[in-house]
Design a protein around this ligand. Structure first.
Ligand SMILES: NC(=O)c1ccc[n+]([C@@H]2O[C@H](COP(=O)([O-])OP(=O)(O)OC[C@H]3O[C@@H](n4cnc5c(N)ncnc54)[C@H](OP(=O)(O)O)[C@@H]3O)[C@@H](O)[C@H]2O)c1
Length: 255
């Protein structure tokens, strides 16, 4: 678990969810290092914050040495990377953005052999399956639909492969990296509200729940600052949804 002096490295911090994570981490007084393609896209409220270090670089172009340099002193890494929603962003290169970034960051952490495991938090989606068909609420029609989606839409495949890398390749007992895959449902604007976390899926793909991006950010901040939250969800694939529609169902409610 991260100590209070340690830094959180964030990638995707200029995105819709990432910028909220960045802001909430800084509001909690946590030192943050952000690797961004363009610092001009950072939210104005965080620019100049003494706890924020910005590295302007193309993440996938950094060599192993540079990546390890940026990871030094970090107790946690949060990835809010996503394919830009445009024809080029969805179908153009890099089609494996999330997988490649996740793999390279985790391999760089392993190469550094930290004395305490580094937390790696991946923002993913409810379209991503837990391995071993553990998402029991997914019927055969939905599974078939997702398989087709993975073939036709590169970001869906990318998100699944990044998750599979963490769960199958890195595994749950890695001495250097501990991970959590956070799975929100349909992302929404709005403030932090009551939300619930679930081990598995809550709703069908065709009757989606809502998840405020502010709630995803809040949960990610809790993961890096609250040892109990981390102990509960490390090595898991929590589904995070706004409480309004799901509070009747079983789940842990926050905040
Ligand atoms: N849309 C939904 O309803 C939904 C629901 C659940 C989960 N998700 C998943 O949640 C994640 C985040 O979603 P979001 O909407 O918050 O993201 P977003 O606003 O699209 O932000 C994407 C981030 O990734 C960065 N990025 C994109 N291409 C890059 C590249 N080639 N190299 C380096 N950085 C790159 C962007 O940087 P720039 O600012 O420089 O472009 C930005 O910081 C995605 O993986 C998405 O699949 C989405």
């Amino acid at each position: 678990m991260m100590s209070t002096q340690q830094i959180v490295l964030i990638v995707g911090g200029t995105g819709r969810t990432g910028r909220r994570v960045l802001k909430q981490l800084l509001d909690r007084g946590i030192p943050v290092r952000a690797i961004v393609r363009s610092s001009g896209k950072l939210p104005s409220e965080v620019v100049g914050n003494p706890n924020l270090t910005v590295i302007e670089a193309n993440l996938l172009s950094l060599d192993d040495f540079e990546l390890q340099r940026h990871l030094r002193g970090c107790g946690a890494v949060i990835s809010c990377l996503g394919h830009v929603i445009s024809l080029k962003g969805v179908f153009g290169p890099p089609r494996d953005l999330v997988t490649r970034a996740t793999t390279r960051l985790c391999r760089a952490i392993e190469a550094m052999r930290p004395t305490e495991p580094v937390q790696f938090i991946l923002m993913s989606s409810v379209s991503v399956n837990r391995p071993g068909r553990l998402d029991t609420r997914r019927g055969s029609f939905e599974r078939a639909f997702l398989a087709v989606l993975c073939c036709l839409v590169p970001p869906a495949k990318d998100n699944q492969r990044a998750t599979d890398f963490l769960s199958r390749t890195l595994g749950a007992d890695n001495p250097f990296v501990q991970w959590t895959v956070v799975r929100p449902d349909s992302l929404r604007e709005g403030d932090i509200t009551q939300y619930t976390q679930h081990e598995g899926l809550v709703s069908s793909l065709f009757k989606a729940d809502s998840t405020n991006m502010a709630n995803v950010a809040h949960f990610m901040c809790e993961l890096v600052t609250n040892p109990t939250t981390w102990a509960d969800w490390q090595g898991q694939f929590p589904v995070v949804v706004n409480a309004a529609r799901s509070e009747q169902r079983n789940g842990c409610q926050t905040p």
